[in-house]
Design a protein around this ligand. Structure first.
Ligand code: PNS
Length: 165
């Protein structure tokens, strides 16, 4: 059975992530969606780990081949613990490449057996990112076409009592 891990912050999960998951399942028998539970060094998460997991679980509830869990510590250690070898990442614009390439080289250095596989974004979702969706929601815009309905509700709840400034 071919297993891959799809790690990310998922703050929150978007339709772009779901597209990558669907396409990964064309190649792998099982996918572990691993939600990062390390504090972010540069920007704090909007949703806590419980909320991020809840949104991922709700969005992927119909996918039997997907397992969802959080992970702490280094990705390479988590991969080893899961006895997996393949890691999936999505690539949108050229600007993603530098960060992804650095992450790839470092992960590979830490565990040479690991292989990272990149899916090019679906053109439909190339403009989506969790950050931009949070900004739209924070400023009162509609996120219906970008995230699953449950995530839309969570975003709405999060920003309901905030006056845009
Ligand atoms: O969705 P993101 O924020 O782009 O995901 C980044 C993620 C979670 C995959 C990356 O930050 C990660 O692997 N974090 C775990 C800690 C780690 O291993 N850091 C070293 C990466 S070279």
């Amino acid at each position: 059975m071919k297993i891959a891990v799809y790690p990310g912050s998922f703050d929150p999960i978007t339709n772009g992530h779901i597209d990558i998951i669907k396409r990964s399942l064309l190649v792998f028998d099982k996918l572990i969606v691993a939600v990062n539970d390390n504090p972010h060094p540069l920007k704090p998460y909007l949703f806590n780990i419980k909320e991020r997991l809840e949104m991922v679980k709700e969005a992927l509830s119909s996918y039997q081949e997907v397992e969802i869990e959080s992970f702490k510590g280094l990705l390479v250690d988590y991969i080893k613990k899961k006895r997996a070898r393949f890691v999936i990442r999505g690539l949108r614009a050229l600007s993603d490449f530098e960060y992804e390439f650095q992450m790839y080289l470092m992960n590979k250095r830490l565990n040479p057996d690991l292989e990272m596989i990149y899916f090019m974004t679906n053109q439909k979702y190339s403009h989506l990112s969790s950050s931009i969706i949070k900004e739209i929601a924070r400023l009162g815009g509609k996120t219906k076409n970008f995230v699953p309905p449950f995530v839309e509700q969570m975003l709405h709840k999060k920003f309901a009592n905030l006056t845009p400034i």
